[in-house]
Design a protein around this ligand. Structure first.
Ligand code: GLY
Length: 403
């Protein structure tokens, strides 16, 4: 079922020869992947040029992105994965019709933040990898330039969030000095740009950001802070805190998942084992915190009196990251262990949260928790859907993606 060729140039896009231990649920995962690809195809005419944002509460229908949304690339990312799997032009065409959306983002530097990584890896890097499009490559390199330029002295990381008019004034003031864990996924765009151009600063900034994240965002027990505040005057550390998790001292499950996936990617890009081992430490923390069905609740430190919303997006990102991590260990007991943990989470998603088979559903997974404090729980989320497809593909043996 896997296309292992660039369908336009005839070249193989499977660049790495990585070992992926066999999953225990291959047939169930392959069936879920087929269902997902059928659903993505069915949604093309429903969505037109719109990109899903979050579901309308109480429904399996999506609301759609405006011109400036961090989640806009997760639908194109799914279209590109479906193109990898089927080779059907409708998936490629539908993804490519969205290039003007991303061109517009590039032209608006006031909109740029660390989400340039999500936005451009899953749209333009994907396009370039699969079709050889020079326009997409140029756009992705411009995005990487903008992202790298967000490293500002004296901070040892890429600035993540921008102060916004709607922010509480104290939070707005904090933002220029704040590192967040979501940004771990953005480093792949810098590694890609380094590989494309040979410009050392892309990789140097990525390593600086990763090392600062490892030092300040990850706690000794392998759990994580959502964010860490530094003094913008001299870069000195102040404190870890949360924005979307339960509390400053708790572990927000999606944040943990961004880092598991991000550190594992960074290892595969750089070969530096410190990143793989950090991802493993964070995965070991998760292994002891999963509920019975294997799908994380929205925070790993939820007390019994709080509503136990699952976060299927955290589950999907974690599962994809664990397969990636397993690859990083080669043929070893650790690879088998992390594959089994990924299988456990993914099997829970397939059995209990997959809604791709429902004719009315405009997404793949129910019960994502975008931001519980703002009552955004029990939603379909486009990033949950994207990483679900990525995890299913990794589970059945794919090793080359757009990160
Ligand atoms: N802002 C990224 C997230 O909600 O995970």
């Amino acid at each position: 079922m896997a296309y292992e060729q660039n369908l336009d140039t005839g070249e193989s896009y499977v660049a790495m020869d990585l070992f992926q231990p066999p999953t225990a649920h291959r047939e169930a995962f392959a069936r879920a992947l087929d269902r997902a690809v059928r659903k993505i195809g069915d949604l093309i005419p429903q969505f037109g040029l719109r990109n899903p944002r979050i579901s309308v509460p109480g429904t399996h229908q999506y609301q759609f992105c405006t011109a400036d949304e961090w989640v806009a690339s997760f639908w194109p990312g799914q279209l590109w994965l479906a193109y990898v799997l089927t080779g059907e032009a409708r998936f490629r065409n539908s993804a490519q019709m969205r290039l003007p959306y991303f061109q517009n983002v590039l032209e608006r530097p006031d909109w740029h933040d660390h989400d340039l990584g999500f936005l451009f890896s899953l749209s333009c890097v994907a396009d370039w990898k699969l079709t050889g499009s020079e326009r997409a490559r140029t756009m992705a390199l411009r995005a990487a330039d903008f992202l790298a330029a967000r490293r500002r002295q004296p901070m040892r990381f890429v600035m993540c969030w921008n102060p916004m008019r709607r922010d509480d004034p104290a939070f707005a003031a904090q933002k220029p000095g704040t590192l967040n864990i979501d940004s771990m996924q953005a480093m792949a765009l810098l590694f890609w740009a380094h590989a494309q151009t040979g410009q050392a600063s892309f990789a140097e900034i990525a390593h600086m950001h990763l090392q600062t994240s490892a030092k300040y965002l990850v706690r000794d027990d392998g759990s994580s802070f959502h964010a860490f505040e530094f003094d913008p005057r001299d870069g000195s550390p102040i404190r870890g805190f949360t924005h979307q998790g339960l509390s400053d001292d708790s572990c927000w499950s999606r944040g943990q998942s961004w880092a598991i996936h991000g550190f594992a990617q960074a290892f595969l890009h750089s070969g530096r084992t410190e990143y793989r081992d950090m991802s493993a430490r964070m995965a070991d923390y998760v292994a002891g915190k999963l509920p019975e069905d294997g799908v994380p609740l929205w925070d790993y430190d939820l007390p019994a009196d709080r509503h136990p919303y699952p976060d299927t997006s955290a589950g999907a990102v974690t599962a994809a990251g664990l397969y990636l991590l397993a690859q990083g260990f080669g043929r070893s007991e650790a690879a088998v262990r992390y594959t089994a943990l990924a299988d456990r989470i993914l099997a829970g998603l397939v059995e209990h949260h997959d809604i791709a088979g429902l004719p009315e559903a405009q997404g793949l997974l129910k019960e994502g928790a975008a931001f519980v404090a703002l009552d955004r729980a029990d939603n379909m989320l486009p990033y949950g859907d994207y990483y679900y497809v990525e995890a299913l593909m990794r589970a059945v043996g794919h090793t080359e993606f757009f990160w």
